[in-house]
Design a protein around this ligand. Structure first.
Ligand code: NI
Length: 260
């Protein structure tokens, strides 16, 4: 598989549970370029971001930065590609040992059911275990991230349009106006725009789509994934900043929160 096919598979999977992204990508009336694609996982050895990162090396991806999210108990890295027109990849993992025994037991069960998972499936395999509503609700009390991962499994969490690459839009304000005009709801946690020109990165996102999830025969409508928008600025060296701002990403994570 070449990188085009890999990225195409990711987009197809993502838009299957994030229909808004498909609609929004067409609103600009021009080809959109992705800034980054983000994934979530647990930090157990065979599910870890290290294993995902190693798999992505063959596609020209290399380590670009490290991030800690202390309150959410997550660790993340970003990968950059040899080809600058390729999206960066943002990989995060839940620090399971910092949570309750109950949560850790769920992760042990998932780890056992995914013993033979390939690294590609850690990005595109989806969910390989059965789910129940009580477990989902108790995970959600401790970690929204864990509860999201429990029901959706291993799949792209979001794609991000690079505003720098748009020809007809130059600011996030204009992009956000377009979204609102088309009735998409923005994540306002931390303000509509997270970050600033001084921090070299501004980001916004819509709230996650709501999709049916089946717990046995019982159907629940729950947040799936969201679409993000990023504008980057040059640093003192004159080069466009390629990293992430942990404080902003922390708020963006909340785009998959349940709305009530
Ligand atoms: Ni992002």
């Amino acid at each position: 598989m070449n990188i085009d096919l890999l990225l195409d598979k990711m987009w197809k999977m993502y838009t299957s549970y994030t229909p808004s992204a498909n609609q929004i990508s067409k609103l600009f009336n021009e080809e959109v370029t992705n800034d980054h694609i983000a994934f979530r996982t647990f930090n157990t050895e065979h599910l870890s971001i290290n294993r995902q990162a190693k798999f992505l090396e063959q596609y020209g991806y290399y380590h670009g930065g490290d991030y800690d999210f202390k309150v959410k108990k997550l660790k993340a890295i970003h990968l950059e590609n040899d080809d600058e027109n390729r999206p960066k990849i943002f990989l995060s993992e839940l620090l399971c040992e910092e949570f309750s025994n109950e949560l850790q037991n769920v992760v042990v069960e998932i780890s056992e059911k995914t013993k033979d998972i390939s690294p590609e499936e850690l990005l595109l395999g989806g969910r390989k275990w059965n789910i129940d509503l009580d477990t989902y609700n108790s995970l959600a009390k401790e970690s929204e991230y864990a509860s999201w991962l429990y029901i959706w499994g291993f799949c792209p969490n979001h794609f991000t349009i690079s505003v720098n690459h748009l020809e007809n839009f130059s600011s996030l304000i204009e992009v956000n106006d377009l979204l609102k005009k088309n009735n998409f709801k923005l994540n306002i946690s931390g303000g509509e725009i997270k970050g600033s020109k001084e921090e070299l990165l501004e980001q916004s996102s819509i709230l996650a789509d709501e999709m049916p999830v089946f717990f046995g025969n019982s159907k629940q409508i729950l947040p799936s994934c969201y679409y993000e928008f990023a504008k980057r600025y040059p640093g003192k060296d004159g080069k466009i900043y390629q990293g992430f701002v942990a404080k902003s990403a922390d708020k963006i994570f909340e785009s998959t929160n349940k709305k009530n």
